[in-house]
Design a protein around this ligand. Structure first.
Ligand SMILES: [Fe+2]
Ligand SMILES: [Fe+2]
Length: 164
């Protein structure tokens, strides 16, 4: 189910463009986003009747589509502003449910003040932080996830592999 939803979201959006931008360390925004969605689903999928929304929302949580290391003055507030930028871009590509919107809007809590409303948004909020810390320190992050991706979606795998 995860890889079906990932493939479908990638086909219908600008998700692949996220491979051009670095998130943390040597991890691209695309790989970060796939990892956050995958581990959020692992953490909360079995407790959720909305697994598709959990995965889709997580895949779009950082859909801001720019390089936040580019040194522009407005990047100083990137941490606060990128959830709204991601939501705007996501709404250009998809009709989103309330759960998906909440996942994107609230994932930076407590930096942004409003707490997540749904268990799916809590899961993404927590997993995003864990993944971010891991990525800062990891060299060649997520080897297991990459090999799963290789089996399930070779196009996205080739893209992700080309970024490192
Ligand atoms: Fe984010
Ligand atoms: Fe993130």
């Amino acid at each position: 189910m995860f890889f079906r939803c990932l493939g479908d979201t990638a086909e219908r959006s600008r998700l692949k463009r996220m491979n051009d931008y670095t998130q943390h360390g040597d991890t691209s925004c695309l790989l970060h986003t796939i990892a956050v969605a995958y581990y959020s689903e692992r953490l909360a999928g079995r407790f959720s009747a909305r697994r598709n929304e959990l995965i889709r929302g997580a895949l779009l949580h950082d859909y801001f589509l720019y390089d936040w290391h580019d040194g522009l003055p407005e990047r100083r507030v990137h941490g606060f502003t990128h959830p709204s930028a991601a939501l705007r871009n996501a709404l250009d590509d998809f009709e989103l449910t309330e759960v998906e919107k909440d996942i994107i809007k609230k994932h930076m809590f407590p930096l942004t003040l409003t707490p997540p409303k749904y268990r799916e948004s809590w899961a993404v909020c927590v997993v995003d932080k864990a993944c971010s810390v891991y990525e800062v320190f990891a060299k060649n992050a997520y080897p297991k996830l990459k090999s799963l991706l290789k089996t399930n979606n070779s196009e996205l795998y080739n893209l992700v592999a080309s970024a490192v």
